[in-house]
Design a protein around this ligand. Structure first.
Ligand code: DOR
Length: 410
C-alpha cells in the first residue's frame, strides 16, 4: 500500500519547523512511499572536499555532473578542490571555474583557491585577489612541504579572514608508496605509504597555526596519530578542525583487493586507525565527514593497485554507506551524522544554518538496494563500495527553497 508523505509523522523530521512546513505545503502530497517505509527529513549535507575536474579534466567529471551527483545525494553545498587546469591561483584562473559554476551547477559549488602557484609549492598564489570568491586556500593533492611558505600562507590567509585547508603529506615519505604501509602491503609485495607522511606535516602545521593564529582545517585524516594531534590542539584552544571520509571509517587495509577502486590518497589504513577515527568522531576530535570525491576515467582506474590513479568517487555512496554501516549498526546516531555532514561544516565555513537557507532532504531510510556504479550520475565509477547492500535513498533535495532532485521511491 502506498501513501502520500502528507501523512508523515512529525517524529521523523530532524529539520526546523519552518522547513517542515515548507515541505508539507509544497511537496508532501506529491511524494508517495509504501506504508511501511521509514522516511526522515534532514538538513541537506555540505561536503567540504570534492574534486569536480573542471576546468581541465572534464573527461573525469564536469561541474555539471558532479553537482548533479551531489544534488541526487542530498547535498546543498560542495566545495571544489583546486587541482585543476588552470589551477585557481589568481583571479583570472579562478574566474574560468566561477563562470562554469554559474552556468552549470544546480546546487552551491564553492571553490577553494590554491595556496601556491600551480600547486607547485614554490610561490604563493594571489590569495588576496581570490579571497572574495573562495571558502579557503588549499593545495589539495600535494603536501606543501616548504615550512616558510606555509607560514607566509597562514599569515596572509589570517589577514584575509580565511582558513588554510591542508592536504598533509610529506612528499619525500611517499617514496613510491600507494597503499597503507601495513599487513596487506607486506603480504602482497606492495609499496606502502607510512602514517608519518600524514601526521608529521600535521604536527608541523599545528605549530605554525599556533604561531600565526591562522584558522586551520586538515583534509581527509586517516591515521590514529592525526586524531590525537588534533584532539590535543583543540584542548589547547586552537582554531583547528578536520575531516575524514567514509572509506576510512568503514574499511581497513584488510579489506583491500587487487583493484584500482581500492586506491586513494591517503590510503585506507589499519584497524587501529579506523577505531581511532570512530572515537574521534564521537568525542569531537573530528568535526566532519567529507567525501574526497575524486573521480577518474575507467581506464585510469583499471591499472590495479600499483598503477591506477589515486581517488574514488564518493558523493553517491556517502550517506547510504555511513547510514548502513555506522548508524544501523549503532556506532553513530543519526543526530551525530547530521552534525558531521551538515551542521559542523556549515558552522566552520560560515554558511547559514540549513533552516535559514531552506536546505533540506527527504530520505527513504528503509529503501534497500545494491550499490551499482552504472547508475551513478558522476562520471567517476570507481568505488570500493560497489556491490554493497545499503539502505537509504534520497527522494527529494531542496536547496535554497528549490527542488534540485526528485527521486523515485522503489
Ligand atoms: O586520492 C586522492 N585523489 N587524493 C588526493 O589527495 C587527490 C585526489 C585527486 O585529485 O584525484
Amino acid at each position: 500500500m502506498e501513501h502520500s508523505l502528507k501523512a508523515i509523522p512529525d517524529y521523523n523530521s530532524r529539520i526546523h519547523p519552518n522547513c517542515f512546513q515548507d515541505f508539507q505545503s509544497r511537496f508532501a502530497s506529491s511524494l508517495t512511499v509504501s506504508s511501511d517505509s521509514n522516511v526522515m527529513i534532514i538538513p541537506s549535507f555540505v561536503d567540504v572536499h570534492v574534486h569536480l575536474r573542471e576546468p581541465g579534466f572534464f573527461y573525469k567529471e564536469t561541474i555539471k555532473t558532479g553537482a548533479q551527483a551531489a544534488a541526487k545525494s542530498g547535498y546543498s553545498h560542495i566545495f571544489s578542490m583546486p587541482n585543476l587546469k588552470p589551477v585557481p591561483d589568481s583571479y583570472e584562473h579562478l574566474k574560468e571555474q566561477l563562470d562554469i559554476i554559474k552556468r552549470d551547477a544546480r546546487i552551491n559549488v564553492l571553490p577553494y583557491g590554491s595556496i601556491t602557484v600551480g600547486e607547485k609549492g614554490q610561490v604563493l598564489s594571489d590569495l588576496a585577489a581570490m579571497a572574495p570568491y573562495v571558502v579557503g586556500f588549499s593545495d589539495d593533492g600535494i603536501g606543501l612541504n616548504d615550512e616558510d611558505l606555509m607560514r607566509k600562507a597562514m599569515i596572509t590567509a589570517k589577514s584575509l579572514g580565511l582558513p588554510i585547508v591542508a592536504h598533509c603529506e610529506d612528499m619525500s615519505l611517499r617514496a613510491g608508496g600507494y597503499i597503507h604501509d601495513g599487513s596487506y602491503a607486506k603480504a602482497h609485495g606492495h609499496k606502502g605509504i607510512c602514517s608519518e607522511s600524514e601526521w608529521q606535516p600535521i604536527a608541523r602545521d599545528l605549530r605554525l597555526a599556533a604561531e600565526t593564529g591562522c584558522s586551520y582545517h586538515v583534509c581527509h585524516i586517516s591515521t590514529k596519530e592525526s586524531v590525537d594531534l588534533i584532539r590535543k590542539a583543540k584542548a589547547a584552544g586552537m582554531d583547528v578542525t578536520c575531516e575524514t571520509a567514509p572509506h576510512y571509517l568503514i574499511l581497513t587495509d584488510e579489506d583491500l583487493q587487487e583493484d584500482g577502486r581500492f586506491k586513494m590518497n591517503p590510503p585506507i589504513r589499519s584497524r587501529a586507525d579506523r577505531e581511532a577515527l570512530l572515537e574521534g568522531l564521537s568525542d569531537g576530535a573530528i568535526d566532519m565527514i567529507a567525501t574526497d570525491h575524486a573521480p577518474h576515467s575507467a581506464e585510469e582506474k583499471s591499472r590495479g593497485l600499483k598503477d591506477s590513479a589515486m581517488g574514488i568517487t564518493g558523493l553517491e555512496t556517502a550517506f547510504p554507506m555511513v547510514y548502513t554501516k555506522l548508524v544501523r549498526t549503532g556506532i553513530l546516531t543519526m543526530e551525530q551524522i547530521i552534525r558531521l555532514m551538515s551542521e559542523n561544516p556549515r558552522k566552520r565555513f560560515h554558511l547559514p544554518p540549513a533552516e535559514e537557507s531552506m536546505d533540506y532532504a527527504v530520505w527513504e531510510l528503509s529503501a534497500s538496494y545494491t550499490i551499482n556504479p552504472d547508475t551513478f550520475v558522476s562520471l567517476g565509477k570507481a568505488t570500493p563500495f560497489a556491490g554493497e547492500q545499503v539502505y537509504g535513498r534520497c527522494l527529494l533535495n531542496v536547496v535554497s527553497g528549490q527542488p534540485v532532485w526528485k527521486g523515485e521511491a522503489k
